[in-house]
Design a protein around this ligand. Structure first.
Ligand SMILES: C[S@@+](CC[C@H](N)C(=O)[O-])C[C@H]1O[C@@H](n2cnc3c(N)ncnc32)[C@H](O)[C@@H]1O
Length: 181
């Protein structure tokens, strides 16, 4: 990512007020599947709403983003919420590859950051019995564009996982999938 793009993300995060913890969109309606302990990974975590929510459920979370401003806001939210789970914030440019090699996770989230080159890494980061919750911009219900997923992209990319729910509409695609135990 160029320095200019990083500055753009920083400016965007700085322009927003304090966030609130939120479950990932792909998990809505399935919150009973979220384990009460274990490890979670939030890829492109932004201002930490999902990471802090996962830590609030008792999971220990690793959360990655390129934006120092986003991560600073995320750490502030965690300080305010004091969730029971621990959170490790990692500043990294995912265009340079995946920065973490420390095993698998019980919940893997990637929301509104579409990087098809990372799909195999996301799939292999899901532990046996673990969940993947992913949301990307989609061509379905939208005019299209180079940042949007083609119809069925997520289902094809994560074909070796069990699909729990898949929904494409209004310019977004959501997939909730599980690695068989
Ligand atoms: C639309 S936001 C989504 C944030 C969060 N996942 C959410 O759902 O609220 C996209 C995030 O991706 C991050 N991002 C964009 N390009 C990135 C890259 N190359 N490496 C790491 N993070 C990146 C941005 O800083 C931003 O926080």
């Amino acid at each position: 990512m160029s320095g200019e793009d990083r500055e753009r993300w920083d400016a965007r995060h700085l322009g927003l007020g304090p966030g609130t913890p939120q479950p990932p969109d792909a998990l809505r309606g399935h919150l009973d599947l979220v384990p009460a302990q274990g490890r979670a990974l939030d890829v492109a975590c932004g201002r930490g709403a999902v990471a802090v929510w996962l830590a609030g459920r008792g999971l220990d979370v690793v959360a990655v983003d390129v934006s120092p401003a986003g991560l600073a806001a995320a750490a502030e939210l965690a300080t305010a919420e004091r969730p029971p789970g621990r959170i490790r914030w990692v500043e990294a440019d995912l265009d340079d590859g995946f920065p973490i090699e420390d095993g698998t996770y019980d919940v893997v989230v990637c929301q509104r950051f579409r990087a098809p080159a990372l799909y195999p890494v996301l799939a292999s980061a899901v532990a046996p019995g673990g969940l993947l919750a992913i949301t990307v911009l989609s061509e379905v219900g939208d005019a299209g564009g180079r940042f949007r997923a083609a119809p069925g992209e997520l289902v094809r990319a994560f074909a070796d996982l069990e699909i729990v729910a898949h929904h494409e509409d209004a310019g977004e695609a959501h997939l909730l999938a599980r690695r068989p135990a």
